[in-house]
Design a binder for this molecule. Sequence first.
Ligand SMILES: Nc1ncnc2c1ncn2[C@@H]1O[C@H](COP(=O)(O)OP(=O)(O)OP(=O)(O)O)[C@@H](O)[C@H]1O
Ligand SMILES: [Mg+2]
Length: 227
Amino acid sequence: MIIELDSISKYYENEGAITRRNVLNEISLAINPGDALSIVGPSGSGKSTLLNILGTLDLPTSGIVKIKGKSIHDFNEKQLAKIRNDNIGFIFQLHHLLPQLNLIENILVPTIPQKDKSLKKSALERAMNLLDSVGLVDKIHQRPGQLSGGECQRAAVVRALINEPDLILADEPTGSLDQDSAEKLGELLSVINKKQNVAMVMVTHSHDLAKKMDKIYKLDHGNLTDY
Ligand SMILES: Nc1ncnc2c1ncn2[C@@H]1O[C@H](COP(=O)(O)OP(=O)(O)OP(=O)(O)O)[C@@H](O)[C@H]1O
Ligand SMILES: [Mg+2]
């Protein structure tokens, strides 16, 4: 078990109003090694909120989140940041690459906390291998502004993989791409899941993309159900 949500709810108090907005309603979900699932649902249904809670970037209002059997509520923010960095890779709709760094520097950002020189060297080798596998090895000195949208998203995938996570969380990873690039990125994520056994949770509006994962969930009115 990589991550487990035990009956988590999330709500926001509406300021000055008597109503309470329930975004997530007692959701339980377990992510196991190698799982591939996607989450679909209307805009505003809480998909990003759920993904952020899975990634420990946000906390539920109630319920328990566990990483590898340990409740995250027992860790402080610094400990949690390390656990997150070691175990989870994130891919967002917009690549979030740093504009002032070139491609290889961007890829290596998540390895900066690593002090061990030999591990740093192996990270560089891993980065080059991964960049080769996504066809970007000849662009390592270019900055994000000098790359296409699809190339930036592929780079974001490599960055998410650089610390060898057990799990990748992707929020609308193809949202900024044309159909052809979106299809290729979906295929890339599916291959990574199958070949490297990295668990994958993907939020998407696209049913074609959702189908690249093994299981589809639907989020509606705060409830997560099989699609
Ligand atoms: N900090 C906040 N305060 C109040 N309401 C919030 C806050 N953050 C999110 N919400 C509300 O929670 C609901 C779920 O938002 P969320 O971003 O998770 O939806 P989503 O399913 O990812 O939508 P989209 O498909 O448009 O990205 C929305 O109605 C949003 O307005
Ligand atoms: Mg969203």
